[in-house]
Design a protein around this ligand. Structure first.
Ligand code: PLP
Length: 360
């Protein structure tokens, strides 16, 4: 049975992207691969507004999330926590044996720039992790405001996860002075899972050079050395690199501004629908994500039953709440290739499913 995902990752992958993956293999040390790798760089750099390299890692995002702190933390990492993924980063740091501190907010509250400034002013930290768009609760933090604080601490290296916001809205890496940007393939980029992207600043590379416990697979210096010859350290997931090439062509054809505007429009379309029903946004006002919506289940809908009917009768799947928010919230993704029409088709199906539970 085939159905379409509107969960916030993995998301629906276009036929064009799937076809791109089915091209014959090339050797990862061949001139064909180098040409492919090098053709991708300027387009990724344009998406991040950066002159820094963007490495391709054959791993899910967690690979480079863990790899980054292993490469960069020598003193202590401060983990900004406001949802499932950012909370987990503290746990990962501790499992790596790193000294780690927590800057906690409730799920759905954004990272507080002033609280961050106060904590960094203690002078304990040399690294900060944060998630731009906390997918678990649909909460987007104010990256420019946070970056303004980070720039006051030039010895602190910032690691920013943009897994569900990359390419859905502007992220101006160089202008903001962010050190490391991370993203994954299966969310905002609408590719299948299995690849992540990593863009380090010169400062981050200089820090990594001082660190003795970088390991091998996610070693920034190995990535950089290979990057300089248009390659990756080990055999990469070539089908996903074909898919990325194809997706970057799509993005260029649409135009960045049009892509950002489409995400904002589709996001608002879902909000308008939910607000008319009587649902409320779960994250703090003004901090709702642009690439998904996380709604509080204020109407006490049986989400499991609704999702089951949605899938069986209409061929769509939404998310019924992440972790401790299961049943209490639901999430609808508008990442990737969605249009006003495809979102309307989902919302119409949801209308029918919710009507069965007496929700008009
Ligand atoms: C999904 C997600 C991750 C984890 O990605 P994996 O690909 O499962 O490793 C990390 N951060 C955010 C914000 C996410 O949405």
């Amino acid at each position: 049975m085939s159905y379409k995902l509107f969960i916030p990752g993995p998301i629906a992958v276009s036929e064009k992207t799937l076809r791109a993956m089915a091209q014959p293999m090339i050797g990862h040390r061949s001139t064909d691969f180098v040409a492919l790798y090098q053709s991708i760089q300027p387009d990724l750099q344009a998406l991040l507004c950066t002159t820094d390299p963007v490495y391709l890692s054959t791993s899910s995002a967690w690979g480079v999330m863990e790899g980054s702190i292993r490469n960069l933390t020598q003193k202590k990492v401060l983990c900004c926590m406001n949802g499932a993924f950012s909370d987990k980063w503290l746990d990962v740091a501790q499992r790596c044996g790193l000294a780690a501190g927590a800057l906690k907010s409730e799920w759905g509250q954004p990272v507080d720039p002033e609280a961050l400034r106060k904590e960094l002013a203690t002078g304990q930290y040399d690294t900060v992790t944060l998630i731009h768009n906390e997918t678990s609760c649909g909460c987007m933090s104010d990256l420019p405001a946070i970056a303004a604080v980070l720039r006051q601490f030039p010895d602190v290296i910032s690691i920013v996860d943009t897994v569900s916001s990359f390419s859905a809205m502007p992220i101006k890496k160089d202008e903001l002075g962010l050190d490391v940007i991370i993203t994954g393939s299966q969310k905002a980029l609408a590719l299948p899972p299995g690849m992540s992207l990593l863009s380090p600043s010169k400062r981050a590379l200089a820090r990594a050079a001082l660190c003795k416990t970088r390991g091998y697979y996610f070693d920034f210096l190995e990535f950089q050395k290979n990057h300089e010859s248009g390659m990756t350290p080990s055999t990469p997931v070539i089908p996903l690199i074909y898919a990325l090439r194809s997706k970057l062509d799509d993005i260029k054809a649409e135009g960045l501004e049009a892509r950002f505007a489409r995400h904002a429009r589709n996001n608002q379309q879902v909000r308008d629908w939910a607000f008319a029903k009587g649902f409320k946004l779960f994250p703090k006002e003004g901090h709702g994500s642009v690439s998904l919506n996380c709604f509080a289940n204020t109407l006490k809908v049986d989400l499991a039953a609704a999702n089951k009917a949605l899938k069986a009768k209409h061929g769509f799947v939404i998310d019924g709440g992440y972790g401790k928010l299961k049943g209490l919230t639901f999430r609808i993704s508008n990442m990737g290739d969605e249009t006003t029409e495809t979102m309307a088709a989902l919302l119409q199906a949801l209308d029918a499913v919710l009507a069965e539970q007496g929700v008009k």
